[in-house]
Design a protein around this ligand. Structure first.
Ligand code: CMC
Length: 393
C-alpha cells in the first residue's frame, strides 16, 4: 500500500501512560491501581473500588464515609433531564442515557465552570477540585438515569433515590421499589466492581478523544456511552442472553458453535477479546456468581445450562483454540440479571453505571497532560479532478 503500515482498529497502539488499571492478556489478569480484581471482588464494595480508581488509593474509613455520603447527595437529576428520559421511554435505554448525560451536563454549574476554566488553559488546584466533584456527580447520577428510564418504559412512577442505601442497593430499589434481595444486591455489587475500569476499550478511548478537545466532562461521558452501546463492546451482554433464550436448549450448543466457525457466520456474543488471549478473569468470577444464583433460584429458561454447554463446545473446538478465543465477561454477566427480573435492554446500561468511574478517572488522568487527539488517514483517492458543472454531468 502507498500508505505504509495502517494499524487497523489501533490494535496495541499506546495512547498514553496510565496508573489506573492494567491487563495481562496472556495470563488473564486484571489489576485496578495495582490490586487484583479477585481480591477486590472478594473484599470490597463498589464505593470503595470507585474511590480507589478515582483517587488512586484505598480509602480509610473516614474517606470512604465522606465519599459515600457525597455520592448520595449527588444522586438526583434536574427536572428537565427527567423529562428527556420520559420522552425517550419507548427507545432503547442506551439512547436515553446518552441524551440524559449530555443534558445533565448542561445544567451542572460545576461542569460549565470547569469547561470555561479549561478553555482558558486553567487547570490548577481549584479547577481540579471542581473536576473531581463533577466526576463524583457523574458516578452518582448514572444509576438514577438508568432506573428512571426503566420506570418510565414500564409506565411506572419514578422512585427517588434513598440515602440510607448503598450504591448497588439503591439502584435496585429505584428500579423495583422494594428492599432488594441480598443475593441480587451482591450480584449487582460484584458486577459493578468487575466492570469499573478496563484500560482503554473503545468507550474509554472515545471519552479521551472528546475530553482532549476540552469539550466538557459530561459530553465526554455521553460519547463513551454511545460507544459502549455497540454489540462489539458493551452491547454483547444483552446479545449473549438473547442468544441463550433463542437457542433454548443445551443440546443445540454444538450446532450453534459450529455455525460461528463458518466464514461469514454469526459471531458468538460474549466470546473473544482484543486483549485477553486467556480466560477473562472477570468472566471466571461472574460465572461462579451466576452458578450460585441459579442454584438458589433455579434456571427455568435454561440459560445457564445453555451458556455452560456453549462454553464446553468452545473450549474444545480447534477454531476457538487456535484463535485463543475464550468467553469474556459478557458471556456470563447477563444470566443472573435476567433472573433478577432485569429486562435484557438494561444489561448494557448497568455496564455504564459501573464503567462511568473508569471513564471519569481516565479523563482526569489525561487532563494532567492533555493534548488533542488528531491522527491521520492515508488518502487513496484521486487529486485535482476537473470540476464539471451539474448541467454537464
Ligand atoms: N465468534 C466467532 N469468531 C470470532 C469471535 C466470536 N465471538 N471473536 C473473534 N472471532 C474470530 C474472528 O472472526 C477472527 O477470525 P479470522 O482470524 O479467521 O478472521 C479472529 O477470531 C480474530 O478476531 P478479530 O475480529 O480480529 O478480533 P478483534 O480484536 O478485532 O475483536 C471482539 C474483538 C471482542 C470485538 C470480537 O472478539 C467479537 O466481536 N466478539 C463478540 C462480541 C463481544 O463479546 N464483545 C465483548 C467484548 S468484552 C467486553 C467489552 O468490551 O464490552
Amino acid at each position: 500500500s502507498p500508505c505504509g503500515p495502517i494499524i487497523h482498529g489501533l490494535e496495541d497502539v499506546l495512547i498514553k501512560s496510565t496508573s489506573i488499571s492494567d491487563i495481562d492478556g496472556e495470563k488473564g489478569i486484571l489489576w485496578y491501581r495495582g490490586y487484583r480484581i479477585e481480591d477486590l471482588a472478594r473484599h470490597s464494595t463498589y464505593e470503595e473500588v470507585a474511590y480507589l480508581i478515582l483517587y488512586g488509593k484505598l480509602p480509610n474509613k473516614k474517606e470512604l464515609e465522606d465519599f459515600t455520603n457525597r455520592l448520595k447527595t449527588y444522586r438526583d437529576l434536574n427536572s428537565a433531564t427527567i423529562e428527556i428520559i420520559k420522552n425517550l421511554s419507548k427507545a432503547h435505554p442506551m439512547f436515553a442515557i446518552e441524551s440524559a448525560v449530555a443534558a445533565e451536563g448542561a445544567f451542572d454549574e460545576d461542569n460549565l465552570k470547569l469547561a470555561e476554566a479549561l478553555k482558558v488553559g486553567r487547570y490548577k488546584a481549584e479547577e481540579k477540585e471542581l473536576a473531581y466533584r463533577v466526576a463524583e456527580k457523574l458516578i452518582a447520577k448514572m444509576p438514577t438515569i438508568v432506573a428512571y428510564h426503566y420506570r418510565f418504559s414500564r409506565g411506572l412512577d419514578i422512585i427517588r433515590p434513598r440515602r440510607d442505601l448503598s450504591h448497588a442497593a439503591n439502584f435496585l430499589y429505584m428500579m423495583f421499589g422494594k428492599d432488594p434481595d441480598p443475593l441480587a444486591t451482591k450480584g449487582i455489587e460484584l458486577y459493578l466492581i468487575l466492570h469499573a475500569d478496563h484500560e482503554v476499550p473503545a468507550s474509554t478511548f472515545t471519552a479521551h478523544v472528546v475530553a482532549s478537545t476540552l469539550s466538557d466532562m459530561y459530553s465526554a461521558v455521553a460519547a463513551a456511552v454511545a460507544a459502549l452501546k455497540g454489540p462489539l463492546h458493551g452491547g454483547a451482554n444483552e446479545m449473549a442472553v438473547r442468544g441463550y433464550l433463542e437457542i433454548g436448549d443445551p443440546s443445540k450448543a454444538k450446532e450453534v458453535v459450529e455455525a460461528a466457525t463458518k466464514p461469514g457466520g454469526p459471531k458468538l456474543m460474549g466470546v473473544g477479546h482484543r486483549v485477553y488471549k486467556a480466560y477473562d478473569p472477570r468472566a471466571k468470577i461472574f460465572k461462579e456468581f451466576s452458578r450460585e444464583y441459579v442454584t438458589k433460584f433455579g434456571d427455568p429458561k435454561k440459560i445457564f445450562a445453555v451458556a455452560s454447554a456453549i462454553e464446553q463446545e468452545i473450549l474444545n473446538h480447534p477454531y476457538f483454540q487456535q484463535r485463543r478465543l475464550f468467553p469474556n465477561v459478557d458471556f456470563w454477566s447477563g444470566i443472573a440479571f435476567y433472573y433478577m427480573g432485569i429486562p435484557y435492554e438494561y444489561f448494557t446500561p448497568i455496564f455504564a453505571v459501573s464503567r462511568v468511574v473508569g471513564w471519569v478517572a481516565h479523563i482526569l488522568e489525561y487532563w494532567e497532560n492533555n493534548r488533542i487527539f488528531r491522527p491521520r488517514a492515508c488518502y487513496v483517492g484521486p487529486h485535482d479532478l476537473q470540476y464539471i458543472p451539474i448541467e454537464q454531468r
